[in-house]
Design a protein around this ligand. Structure first.
Ligand code: C5P
Length: 311
């Protein structure tokens, strides 16, 4: 399956489009904060086929435009220099000593501020697209170094599929489960976003004695090649109590999804998006039908899929 389109974008004769996937965390173990304030993580990332597509075209100055691909609310996405795709572009140009800029257009299919790393996907896709537009052929060490500086989840958005994330999440190691079998998830839009730092702060308040070493994903990795209903109890998110504390309404959503037949409902990353793991496509469609009675926007996705690098 080809997940990267490095083609000339329609309407942009000189444009390059690269897309990057959303992530969910099948396991998210969080340790006590380090001296730099970040939390050590042991996480199992899984990329699903909800994508942001980033199109870059040559321009005199940096600018960014954002449109929704489907029922995504894009009002919270910054349009100025603080947009992470622009920061990625500036960092790439600076690394190579170039005085260049670009127009960046983002078509968002990943829920915004939802714990699915949509901003990280934009950064990863912008790095790959601009690297091609400018003919830089940056090596992996450069791309992954820039990605890690941009955000803890950005290196994973470059590789996708299944990966073990350590450090603050930025050190990624590919795990099995590269092609099929596929995992199916149902993703209801969870309303107002949660800020990642706020969720980590609440984690520190709720668990002041968190161990320095985050919890490891033990048996989960064995299931990546062979999803099975028995995997459900192995899914885990240490940030879930903090996210539920900030958004108590999510508890009812988690119950509703499981009552509708999902193997397991889990807050994704720092939330507020909840993901429901289902046994197969028909199970996922049934859960999504049931949740649509109460939630306006319910997405169905499957994985694993490749990241922005497309390999
Ligand atoms: O790396 P990223 O920019 O995604 O992190 C956003 C914020 O989330 C950080 O400033 C920090 O407050 C928190 N964070 C953390 N530990 C991590 C990842 C993120 O405390 N491992």
């Amino acid at each position: 399956m080809v997940e990267v389109r490095a083609e000339r974008a329609s309407g942009h004769p000189e444009g390059i489009t690269v897309r990057a996937p959303a992530k969910i965390n099948l396991h998210l173990g969080v340790g006590a904060p380090r001296e730099d304030g970040f939390h050590p993580l042991m996480t199992v990332y899984h990329a699903v086929d909800l994508y942001d597509a980033v199109t870059v075209t040559p321009a005199e100055d940096w600018s960014v435009g954002v449109v929704a691909d489907g029922p995504i609310d894009v009002t919270g996405v910054p349009l100025g220099d603080t947009n992470i795709a622009v920061r990625a572009g500036r960092a790439l140009a600076a690394h190579h000593g170039l005085d260049r800029a670009a127009r960046i257009e983002i078509r968002k299919g990943i829920p915004v501020a939802g714990g699915m790393a949509g901003g990280s996907a934009d950064a990863a896709a912008a790095l790959v697209a601009l690297d091609r537009l400018w003919g830089l052929a940056s090596d992996d060490a450069t791309l992954f170094g820039l990605a890690a500086d941009l955000g803890s989840d950005v290196p994973f958005a470059l590789v996708g599929r299944n990966a073990l994330g350590t450090g603050r999440g930025e050190e990624v190691e590919q795990l099995p489960g590269v092609e099929s079998p596929r995992w199916w998830v149902v993703v209801p839009a969870a309303g107002d976003g949660l800020s990642t730092p706020a969720v980590y702060r609440r984690f520190d308040e709720l668990i002041p004695d968190a161990p320095p070493q985050p919890r490891a994903p033990h048996r989960l990795v064995e299931f990546l090649e062979d999803p099975d209903p028995d995997v459900a109890p192995l899914l885990h998110n240490d940030l879930q109590p903090a996210a539920l504390d900030l958004r108590p309404d999510l508890a009812a959503l988690l119950e509703a999804g499981e009552a509708a037949g999902a193997l397991r409902g889990l807050v994704s990353g720092s939330g507020p998006t909840c993901v429901f793991l289902c046994a197969d496509e028909s199970g996922a469609l049934e859960v999504s039908r049931s949740l649509r009675a109460s939630y306006d926007v319910v997405l169905v996705a499957s994985g694993p899929v490749t990241g922005a690098l497309g390999r």
